[in-house]
Design a protein around this ligand. Structure first.
Ligand SMILES: NC(=O)c1ccc[n+]([C@@H]2O[C@H](COP(=O)([O-])OP(=O)(O)OC[C@H]3O[C@@H](n4cnc5c(N)ncnc54)[C@H](O)[C@@H]3O)[C@@H](O)[C@H]2O)c1
Length: 331
């Protein structure tokens, strides 16, 4: 592992905090920039240099890069709630696209050779195949997806013009928590299905809603590809090694090529927790594709990614353990 620094934006958030730990575990040296809009300071170990600020703040970035020999940026910082992006598109374009542009600009100014970007399955929109490969057309159907796709375009143009290479990792549904309980999904506003279902199992909320049970799927509820956050961050380490080794760019899905319906996920949560809870069927939400399942051939072949937690029960067990821990911390 290269001993120069890796700048992690959004490192106090759900995925970023797992990445920070994975870098430390791998013997690398992370630095975190986070504005703590949804992140939590205590999610970043005290040994890691932490800058409370905006990842698009030119002066802050210049300062960091003058003081630390940064070799790569892993950019997680963003607003992530799809429904909110339709209510506040300008806010999403400012934070997700505008700040990413400023960060990429700083990377170029300071000759940082590698950049990894948190993209999303949302760039595909409503897919026209059961399994989505990276060659599937991109046609995002909400401002969140468009805010991410624009950053992919910026990176593609920048990598042609300057000495920098990049990986855009298109995550499917990220879930679970650190297997040894060091971090997890702590954000109060989180809308992730597994988080909400384990909260219902722990009686932190009075049951839960399913949005639509008339989709063209086996039980009528939406199908998604749930990827364990521990495997996801390993894909980032593999992408970093790829960028350093190959000098090429990479656009790559991260998912298990395995879909579960909302109903199936809820059943697994009830089984694993041993708790029954109320589930109410509501109308469909606008902009929810019926099925999003990744092809992961590129990740397994080009990144040599070999997931360890490709098992829905394991994902739910880890999410539940983290949620129980949050409950204890609140006491
Ligand atoms: N969670 C998923 O299922 C999923 C799926 C696809 C893509 N993603 C992407 O992964 C990334 C991380 O998502 P997450 O689930 O960890 O969300 P999160 O909200 O837990 O983490 C985002 C972090 O970025 C910080 N942040 C936001 N704007 C900032 C700014 N301008 N400057 C500095 N810090 C800022 C927040 O405080 C937070 O710590 C996001 O880019 C998201 O779009 C997530």
């Amino acid at each position: 592992m290269n001993t120069k620094y890796v700048l992690v934006t959004g490192g106090a958030g759900y995925i970023g905090s797992h990445m920070t730990l994975a870098l430390l575990d791998a013997g690398a040296k992370p630095i975190v920039v986070d504005n703590l809009s949804t992140g939590i300071r205590s999610a970043v170990p005290p040994s890691v240099p932490f800058f409370h600020g905006n990842c698009g703040d030119e002066a802050l970035l210049d300062d960091i890069m003058k003081n630390y020999d940064v070799n790569a940026i892993v950019h997680f910082a963003a607003n992530i709630i799809v429904a909110d992006s339709s209510v506040d598109p300008l806010g999403y374009y400012r934070n997700n696209t505008g700040n990413a542009r400023a960060l990429i600009d700083a990377a170029v100014r300071h000759r940082i050779p590698h950049f990894i970007f948190s993209s999303s399955a949302a760039v595909y929109g409503e897919p026209n195949t059961a399994i989505i490969s990276e060659d599937h057309p991109t046609n995002p159907i909400n401002p969140y997806g468009r805010s991410k796709l624009m950053v992919e375009w910026i990176l593609a143009d920048v990598a042609k013009a300057y000495p920098i290479n990049y990986a855009a990792l298109r995550y499917f549904n990220v879930a679970g928590a650190d297997p040894i309980g060091r971090t997890g999904q702590s954000s109060v506003k989180a809308t992730h299905l597994i988080k909400i279902a384990v909260q219902a199992a722990l009686r932190k909320r009075p049951g839960m809603d399913i949005f639509g049970d008339d989709y063209p799927t086996s039980d009528g509820t939406c199908v998604r590809d749930y990827v364990h956050v521990g495997d996801l961050v390993q894909a980032h380490l593999a992408a970093l090694a790829y960028l350093r080794r190959e000098k090429e760019n990479l656009i790559c899905n991260v998912g298990y090529a395995n879909g579960f319906s909302v109903q199936e996920v809820i059943e697994v949560v009830k089984n694993v927790s041993g708790v029954d809870f109320e589930v109410r069927v509501q109308n469909r939400r606008a902009g929810d594709p019926s099925r999003l399942v990744a092809s992961n051939r590129r990740a397994t072949e080009m990144l040599r990614w070999s997931p360890r937690y490709d098992d829905l029960k394991t994902i739910v067990r880890h999410a539940l353990a983290w949620e129980q821990r949050l409950l204890v911390d609140q006491l």
